[in-house]
Design a protein around this ligand. Structure first.
Ligand code: ADP
Ligand code: MG
Length: 454
């Protein structure tokens, strides 16, 4: 997906207001009812509908009318919210070229006011795996738990927390600068992924250094779990930096030994093939140190607790860890899933758009609409053949087909909004729209104050 940051420049305060309203709604709606968006954003004279059209045109939102009329954020929309927040906080000023694309992330250079260039990683959990998982009816039945916003945000938080901790313990990792939503900003590594390196001055030494890191990690109670030539960067002085931490696990994980051995094996295999280092073939028994120098997991003196204590301090909880792990492992096993209610954190606060009061308003919406949602869920459980709303960007083509119809509908809703505003009505109901419940006008006026900064 292309991140056209030029669009960012042309987005108005109202555009961001509505985008944020959709994000708020997504805390408890997979597709946020259009009318709820309007209620949260509260632009004058039906302005929300006009803005929705613009956001849709720029692919920041996806429209869905399969159950009721509503919208969800696209990755691009979520990117823009995170980027806007980072810019507001003064973390960086501009987004530059894309420097990396992983299977579940996009990495860009970003420029700070003083000219420093940093790296920004946008997590995209669910991008690759969704089509595969989609065929699993069982999984889809619990699709509310399959929320890419939630998972990508967790991955970013975990990555940030690990990077910070590892740096504090003297590991060669990028410097963690800031995180927001699914976005992590870190120092730019001056080097290349090992996979791109054809020659080394001193392959034995680099090999030793890298292997030592795997052992040191285990001594600190951690296993990288994706320690390979793609996630090890090396510079012109052959200094090594490791990256990419969302899949790390504790040494007390039930598959710890397997993950550790796999990391070690990757390094051995790569150096044997690429740099012709010779080792004896691996023996399968893991008792005692191998003759070929493979570190033995059971022989390492491991200090546990590192993960739990330091990560808990960063705000990354055991529940977060479990949710993320279920997803990551679920990809391989296509099995289990989380049934937990999706809890997106209060990122909106940091955009300076949303404050405590509005989160409370949104909480009221959740309580007020719970029964209604349950009913509609039951009524619609039979239409599981319909395309799923969280289906990556693939529905965007369908969206174009429906553009004309949607424009008509939005215009109509807008006209009605204007009409009801003229009549001094507070709200209006449309045929297949979500019915607003539990409205708290006091909260609404507070949210207006919060939002008026845009
Ligand atoms: P993924 O989790 O998707 O594999 P990575 O964190 O491994 O993402 O990043 C993908 C690629 O982006 C890396 O292989 C590397 O080329 C580049 N990259 C990531 N982080 C940095 C960084 N801090 N500095 C420079 N390049 C980076
Ligand atoms: Mg990687």
């Amino acid at each position: 997906m292309k991140l056209d940051v030029d669009v960012l420049r042309y987005l108005s305060k109202d555009d961001f207001r509505v985008l944020t309203a959709v994000e708020m709604g997504m805390r408890n709606h997979e597709i946020v009812p259009t009318e709820l968006i309007d209620r949260i954003a509260r632009l004058k004279r039906g302005g929300t509908y006009k803005v929705l059209k613009n956001l849709l045109k720029n692919k920041l939102l996806h429209h869905d009318s399969s159950k009721y009329d509503g919208f969800r954020l696209t990755y691009l929309g979520y990117d823009f919210l995170a980027i806007k927040t980072m810019v507001n906080k003064g973390v960086f000023q501009a987004v530059g070229r894309q420097i990396g694309v992983g299977k579940e992330s996009d990495i860009f250079e970003v420029a700070c006011e003083d000219g420093t260039i940093l790296a920004m990683k946008l997590h995209r959990l669910g991008r690759v795996s969704f089509r595969a998982v989609k065929s699993k009816r069982d999984y889809l039945r619990h699709r509310s738990s399959y929320n890419w916003l939630y998972l990508s945000r967790l991955a970013a938080l975990k990555e940030f927390a690990f990077m910070k901790s590892l740096e504090e313990h003297g590991f060669p990792v990028p410097k963690a600068v800031e995180w927001n939503r699914h976005c992590v900003v870190m120092s730019l590594v001056q080097g290349y992924p090992l996979v791109q390196v054809k020659q080394l001055q001193n392959p034995e030494m680099v090999f030793e250094t890298i292997l030592n890191q795997v052992v040191r990690l285990a001594e600190h109670g951690l296993i990288h779990c994706d320690f390979n030539e793609f996630n090890i960067m090396i510079d012109d002085d052959e200094k090594v930096t490791m990256i990419d931490f969302p899949q790390m696990v504790s040494v007390s994980h039930r598959n710890a030994q397997m993950y550790f051995d796999r990391d070690v094996e990757c390094i051995f295999k790569f150096f044997r093939k690429r740099f012709n280092l010779s080792f004896q073939e691996s023996t399968d028994d893991n008792e005692g140190p191998d003759e070929d120098g493979r570190p033995c997991f059971s022989a390492i003196d491991k200090s546990s607790g590192f993960l739990d204590k330091e990560l808990a301090a960063s705000g990354f909880t055991k529940k977060d860890e479990n949710d993320l792990e279920r997803f990551i492992e679920g990809e391989e096993e296509m099995g289990t899933h989380s049934d937990d209610v999706v809890e997106l954190a209060e990122d909106m606060r940091e955009t300076n758009v949303i404050g405590d009061e509005s989160l409370q308003l949104e909480q009221d919406e959740r309580n007020g609409s719970k029964n209604e949602e349950e009913n509609s869920e039951a009524a619609e459980s039979s239409d599981s053949e319909k395309p799923d709303a969280s289906d990556g960007e693939e529905n965007d083509e369908n969206m174009t087909q429906n553009d004309a119809e949607l424009t008509k509908r939005l215009n109509k809703q807008r006209r009605r909004a204007i009409a009801s505003a003229r009549k001094g009505q507070k709200s209006f109901a449309s045929r297949n729209c979500y019915k607003a419940k539990g409205s708290k006008s006091a909260h609404n006026s507070k949210i207006q104050k919060q939002l008026s900064g845009w």
